[in-house]
Design a binder for this molecule. Structure first.
Ligand code: ASN
Length: 300
């Protein structure tokens, strides 16, 4: 068996079983958006190394390449959808230095989902069930591929441990992600990150956020990021202005927000990073048939 083929078989399994799992939980699958006047600002975030947002001009309109579908997810929920997921291509033009992290791509796909009126605990339960399902199915349906790749996967069962980022910083220092991921034997949740304006601030503890990352064990690092969302217009406007974002870049989204968004929670996880975890690949680019690694020239 070719190594590339083993990765592709695992990728195919992930796409099939992700779709099956989210359908089994009552989600509708939506089509992705690739070009839009609005996209996720991805910051301000001190850890972000996106050097610019991809943009094209078409018939006099400036359209950005999707960095994530978060804003469209909130608009879809406002339009009456209650549980949605999208396998969404994202373009993030990362600094070439990120090529050596083993975890960054400038073009990848994420499974982006959102649930109306949900809380973070609903997302925890959904994803804990998902992780246990996907590992079980990989072991069952891709036994030959895993054995060829010499990858031994442990069964996964929720609930996962939960730590605040403040606790993690105290134990491991500011760069806690890698050390904590190395030390844990199961995926875990890291709660409360200072992040984009759409992640809800805890009304009872200003300066704290109702958001979360799911982190893989064994040093595989961040798997998912998500949050309960800001949905009240005044709060969104205050956050957008605090982040010094250009209001006009978000005008169509802010117009929807003015008419009233619906409370929701959700998240997104990278498909390639999940395949990297399942296969034990060294670099996330290895699991892509057509590599998109920051700093490497694109062949095809
Ligand atoms: N998909 C993430 C979310 O739902 C956002 C992101 O990818 N930046 O919060």
């Amino acid at each position: 068996m070719e190594t590339k083929k083993a990765y592709s078989r695992l990728m195919s399994l992930v796409l099939k079983e992700t779709t099956a799992y989210f359908h089994s939980q009552g989600f509708s699958q939506l089509m992705p958006v690739v070009l839009s006047p609005i996209t996720d600002p991805l910051g301000p975030d001190p850890n972000s190394t996106v050097i610019k947002t991809g943009e094209i001009e078409y018939l006099g309109q400036k359209l950005t390449l999707t960095q994530s579908m978060i804003l469209h997810k909130q608009i879809a929920i406002k339009q009456g959808h209650d549980k949605i997921f999208i396998i969404s291509p994202n373009v993030r033009l990362e600094h070439p230095d990120r090529g050596s992290s083993g975890r960054h791509l400038f073009e990848f796909s994420q499974v982006d989902f959102e649930i109306a009126h949900a809380k973070k605990e609903d997302v925890f339960a959904l994803m804990e069930g998902f992780m246990s399902h996907i590992v079980e199915q990989a072991k069952l349906q891709c036994r030959d591929e895993l054995s060829y790749l010499n990858r031994h996967l442990h069964d996964i069962k929720g609930p996962f441990p939960k730590y605040t980022t403040h606790e993690l910083e105290e134990i491991y220092g500011e760069d806690w992600e890698h050390a904590a991921s190395m030390e844990n034997k199961t995926p875990f949740w890291a709660i409360c990150h200072k992040r984009e304006f759409y992640d809800k601030q805890d009304p009872e503890q200003p300066g704290h956020y109702l958001n979360y990352d799911m982190v893989y064990p064994e040093g595989f690092g961040e798997a998912l990021s998500g949050a309960e969302r800001e949905y009240e217009y005044d709060k969104i406007m205050a956050r957008v202005s605090k982040d010094q974002l250009k209001m006009e870049r978000y005008a169509p989204y802010l117009e929807f927000a003015k008419q009233g968004l619906v409370p929701s929670a959700g998240g997104g996880f990278g498909v390639e990073r999940l395949v990297k975890f399942l296969s034990g690949a060294k670099h996330v680019g290895d699991v892509q048939l057509f590599r998109r690694v920051p700093g490497e020239r694109v062949i095809v």
